[in-house]
Structure formats: C-alpha cells, structure tokens
Ligand binder design. Structure first.
Ligand code: NAD
Ligand code: IPM
Ligand code: MN
Length: 364
C-alpha cells in the first residue's frame, strides 16, 4: 500500500479549522482508494512567533522538506506586523522549495451562484498559472528617511528567464490538455523590461506548442474581462503580484474566497509542493467556526493529484462540489455553514459517492 507523508501547517485564524476539515476528506479518500496518508503537524504561525520570536528556523524547514507534500491553512494575525509571517513562512517556503509555479483554478461548480451576473458553470472554467518566487516578491529594497517627509521606498522586482520559463512551460502544457489557449497577463506597456522578458518567453515556448493559441491582456483590463467574460480564458499565465491579485478576483467570480484552491508546484520535483487555499487567515471570522472549508479541501484534492492519486483527487473534488452545491458560497452562521460539519459531510460523500474514473486508470 502506498504511504505518503504530509506536513500540515494549520497556521492562524481560520487556517487550522479549514485544514482539519480538509484532512477529513483526505483520510476518507485514502481509505476508499487504498493508500495511507501520515500527517505531521507543525506548530507555526502567530502564536509560535509571539512565543519564540522566530517564524521558522532552519531545522523546521529541513523537516518540512522531508515530506512528500505540505498542506498549509493560512498565516497572518493582527498582533503581528504585516509581512513577518507572510514573508517568513509562505514566501520563504515557496522560495526555499523552488515552487516556481502556482496554479489557481477558477471554476464555478454547478449549483453555486456567482455574484457576477451571467457567469455559469458552462462559461467559468479557467486556471491562473502564477510565477511564484519572483517579481516584487523577491523583497529587496529599502526605506530611507522613514517617517520623515523625505522618505523614499525602493521595492525591487526581479524577473529571471528561468522561473518565467518554468511558469510559461507549465501553462502551455496545461492548456494543451484543456482548451488550448494561453493568455499572458502583464503590464508590458509600463513594466517594459520585465514585460519584454515575459512576452519573449511566451513567444519562444509557444513555438513548441503549435496547437495552443496565445494572446495577451493587460492586467488592468483583465479586471474587466475576467469577471464579465471568463469563458474567453482557458489558462492565464502571469507574474507573481498580478497573479495574486487576479486570483482573488477569480475567486469572487467563482463564488467567493471560500471556494478558491491553489497548488504551489516545484516543477523540477527537487522539493515538496505545497497546497493551500487562496484565502488568508480571515481574522474577521476567526474562531467563529463558520469558515467555508471548500477551498482548503479542493487544495487537498490538488495535493492528492500531485501525489499521483488521481482518482482519489477527483473523488474529493466531486464530494466538495456536491456539498457546495447545497450552500451559499460565502459561508456564514445565518446560512447554516459549520466548518467541521462540512468537513464531515465532504468525507462522507467521498466514502459513499460514486466511484470516480479519470479515464486513464483502473476503477478503484
Ligand atoms: P482573507 O483572504 O483572509 O479574507 C478576505 C475576506 O474573505 C474576509 O472577509 C474573510 O472573512 C473572507 N473569507 C476568507 N476565507 C474565507 C472562508 N474560507 N470562508 C468564508 N469567508 C472567507 O484576506 P485578508 O483579510 O486580506 O487577510 C487576512 C490575513 O491573512 C492577512 O494577515 C494576510 O496577510 C493573510 N493572508 C495569508 C495567506 C496565506 O497564508 N496563504 C493568504 C492571503 C492572506
Ligand atoms: C496568497 C497570499 C500570499 C501572496 C501572501 C500571504 C504572501 O496573498 O497566497 O495569495 O501574496 O502570495
Ligand atoms: Mn493572495
């Protein structure tokens, strides 16, 4: 029997609750499809930082790296200055583990209502492929004369051919298995140096995929096209910051942040990949027990697929889809959502649902 080791970082706010609920689905899928998932929980996030003064030490990073995959809830806490946990944990792991590709599916599941008029499950099925380690996220720069009226902030952005090509190659490979269209999203009209590198990389890689069409949309215009005409897109490839922003926009289009999943892939396979919902720790609803665990559970389904358990992944995704069809997308107490109960319901659907075939393997 295959056994996988999964490092689990619940993190802050709603992170631990939605992760726990997602794990119920994972374990149900493991049982049904005949494999074992051993989880190791890592106590990281705001409490750990406030207690120890350290976000994540080197031995912890080494320990995380020994796992087959990492499942992350979210970090971020109003008691901790912005950036300390986000940079020190999320961005640090994406960088340390060379997770240069972040995929964020934007899919409206049947039965879920989009807040955008005219968006249906027929016309909303696209994937944002985000370069995940570079751009403005590299973090270099300075703030001089802080607090004075002479203050100047410099925030560096780095774009390399290597990481850009990894994201673009991934986007074309994905598009080839889908509707065969890649859209580059950038601001080539103003970020001319990085923009040129992105466009040249797309043009070069496109030559190896003659059956995949490609086009270009500026990031600002994307904010109109994505909600009003999501059906126009199949795979959107973009840089780190634009990808962060348009994936929250995509989340809204697909029914809310509570439904948006993501996978941080290391395309070279030299370190584990990490799976996490698109949303954050949601301090405004933390501790209330009504966060929607669907985004975390769909991220866990991406994790099962990444581990090679495709049918289990499809079964978990189908279970989440059937549960969210019964819910308003943005959960809330008045809507009767309960994070733990939804986790159980998802697990139950995995256990009892129709067996799923992916068309490439044997039925389990
Ligand atoms: P957020 O994504 O946490 O929340 C935005 C809004 O969406 C809030 O109103 C929240 O209640 C709602 N929401 C989010 N997830 C939900 C769910 N599962 N169910 C129902 N409603 C949900 O964004 P924010 O408020 O800007 O950030 C809060 C903290 O999270 C910040 O510290 C931020 O840096 C951090 N953050 C962390 C990650 C991560 O760890 N991967 C991702 C994004 C933000
Ligand atoms: C996300 C988050 C992160 C990002 C933060 C927490 C570093 O917003 O995963 O979307 O900006 O990438
Ligand atoms: Mn984000």
């Amino acid at each position: 029997m295959n056994t996988y080791s999964l490092a689990v970082i619940g993190g802050d706010g709603i992170g631990p609750d939605v992760t726990q609920a997602a794990l119920a689905g994972v374990q149900a899928a493991a049982e049904r499809y005949g494999f074992t998932v051993r989880t190791t929980s890592f106590d990281l996030g705001a409490e750990h930082y406030l207690r120890t003064g350290e976000v994540m030490d080197r031995p912890t990073t080494v320990a995380l790296e020994k796992h087959d995959a990492v499942l992350l809830g979210a970090v971020g806490d109003p008691r901790v200055a912005p950036g300390i946990l986000e940079r020190g944990l999320v961005v640090a792991l994406r960088t340390a583990f060379n997770q240069s590709v972040n995929i964020r599916p934007v899919r409206l599941y049947p039965g879920v209502e989009s807040p955008v008029r005219g968006v249906t499950s027929q016309n909303c099925d696209l994937v944002v492929v985000r370069e995940n380690t570079e751009g403005l996220y590299t973090g270099g720069g300075s703030l001089s004369h802080a607090g004075s009226d002479r203050a100047v902030a410099v925030q560096n952005s780095i774009t390399t051919a290597g990481a850009t090509a990894e994201a673009v190659e991934f986007a074309f490979q994905l598009a080839q298995q889908r509707r065969r269209r890649v859209t580059l999203c950038h601001k080539t009209n103003i970020l001319v140096h990085a923009g040129q590198l992105w466009q040249q990389t797309v043009n070069r890689i496109a030559e190896s995929y003659p059956e995949v069409e490609h086009d270009y949309v500026h990031a600002d215009a994307m904010c109109q096209h994505l909600p009003l005409d999501p059906g126009r897109f199949d795979v959107i490839v973009t840089d780190n910051l634009f990808g962060d922003i348009i994936s929250d926009l995509g989340a809204t289009v697909q029914g809310g942040l509570g439904l948006a999943a993501s996978a941080n892939f290391n395309p070279r396979g030299t370190a584990p990949s990490m799976y996490e919902p698109v949303h954050g720790s949601a301090p405004d609803i933390a501790g209330k027990g009504w966060a929607n665990p669907a985004a975390a559970a769909l991220s866990a389904a991406l994790c099962l697929a990444g581990l090679g358990q495709r049918e289990a992944a499809l079964s978990l995704e189908a279970a989440v889809a059937s549960v969210v069809a019964e819910l308003p997308a943005l959960a809330g107490p008045e809507m009767g959502a309960d994070t733990a109960a939804l986790g159980h319901r998802i697990a139950q659907r995995v256990a009892e649902g129709e067996p799923v075939r992916d068309g490439t393997g044997e039925q389990s």
